[in-house]
Design a protein around this ligand. Structure first.
Ligand SMILES: Nc1ncnc2c1ncn2[C@@H]1O[C@H](COP(=O)(O)OP(=O)(O)OP(=O)(O)O)[C@@H](O)[C@H]1O
Ligand SMILES: [Mg+2]
Length: 339
């Protein structure tokens, strides 16, 4: 039966879920959103279809991001979402019934209660054996870093809700910290700026679009003015306004400040020999939040260390988790299960 059992890697993020299937690659790349009919608790849509509905539904339907800051905040909704994505990833019903083994990436500073909730949700959704891997370790492997080498590497995984910062050497995390800041906080900073400065209200989707298409975190990187359509705070009438990208640098860099503090804290905790490796080799950024224009430059200016954005930054965690899973021997798996 083991032969038919599928091996799965999962990255359950605050913004997106990624599922990779062994020998097939990434099978699911979907927003971690669920639309629910309030009264009955009935699930109306999951993933991309649910994200389309954010901010557009009537009062009967609400859209929920059931994972917040990298951990489960709505248990049943998360379980339904995982089950739905597993159905998508494993098309063969026999393989689905046989319960796939799953490796799941978790933030560095997750509590044992939060970890047990992930385990229970996966089990209830139809997973077999469950293995955990720290997100930054998986991110480093996905970014093609040689984690087993005895030199220091710093990975900063900037997601939607959480930033995991870690120094890795000899297959292990030497120093780390998690900061509850990511792309969602950048969206909030943009929304707040428009409200404060122009008395304009913009929705979550518009803020995210501005962040991706127009904003930047450092000067002179994006300069073309752009048009924003919004609602006037007082009159509630539609308004339009030309905005310069550099206006957003200050609010965005304020939102990024906790990440810079986190990097400094981790560097301070890093033994000097490994810290000098990082100064030589640079910092690797992964996660969707890392794609904010100019964020790499801002981190470079703030730390004096070279910064590189990993290839396919958003997929590094799931790709690395799968690579780690494939390299685990059966003895190692059994040893992990008995812990
Ligand atoms: N090109 C881009 N520029 C700026 N931000 C981007 C870009 N592409 C994606 N993002 C942002 O990346 C974030 C999602 O990244 P990712 O998928 O790594 O998060 P996640 O793993 O779901 O969250 P977490 O790890 O915090 O639980 C979102 O806030 C999204 O707006
Ligand atoms: Mg993530």
């Amino acid at each position: 039966m083991g032969y038919f059992r599928q091996n799965i890697a999962m990255d359950l993020g605050s913004s997106n879920v990624y599922v990779a299937v062994e020998r097939k690659g990434i099978a699911v790349r979907e927003p971690s959103v669920v639309a629910v009919r309030e009264k009955e608790g009935e699930v109306v849509a999951i993933g991309r279809a649910a994200k389309e509905m954010v901010g557009k539904t009537d009062s009967e339907i609400s859209t929920v991001y059931p994972i917040r800051n990298g951990v489960i905040s709505e248990y049943t909704i998360t379980m339904n979402m995982i089950s739905y994505f597993l159905d998508h990833a494993i098309k063969n019903p026999i393989k689905r019934i046989l319960r796939p083994d799953v490796i799941v990436a978790i933030p560095c500073e997750i509590t044992s209660v939060e970890k047990r909730a992930v385990e229970r949700a996966l089990k209830e959704a139809g997973a077999g054996r469950i293995f955990f891997v720290d997100s930054p370790l998986a991110a480093a492997v996905g970014a093609q870093l040689d984690i087993s080498a005895p030199n220091g590497k710093m990975v900063v995984d900037i997601g939607g809700g959480i930033t995991d910062i870690a120094v890795i050497s000899f297959d292990g995390i030497v120093a780390s910290c998690s900061v509850n800041v990511g792309g969602i906080a950048f969206d909030e900073a943009i929304k707040n700026y428009f409200k404060r400065e122009y008395k304009m209200v913009i929705g979550d989707a518009t803020a995210e679009k501005i962040k991706i298409q127009n904003a930047c975190a450092y000067r002179d990187i994006r300069i073309t003015p752009f048009e924003v359509s919004a609602t006037d705070l007082q009159s509630r009438m539609p308004v339009e306004r030309q905005v310069r990208p550099d206006e957003l640098i200050k609010p965005l860099s304020e939102a990024i400040l906790p990440i810079l503090d986190g990097i400094r804290t981790v560097l301070e905790k890093t033994p000097p020999e490994l810290a000098s490796d990082i100064f030589e080799r640079g910092i690797v950024l992964t996660g969707g939040g890392a794609l904010l224009e100019g964020l790499d430059v801002l981190i470079n200016k703030a730390t004096g260390i070279n910064v590189v954005i990993a290839d396919k930054a958003q997929e590094c965690v799931v790709a690395g988790a799968m690579k780690i899973f494939r390299s685990m021997t059966n003895d190692r798996k059994n040893e992990m299960m008995s812990k």
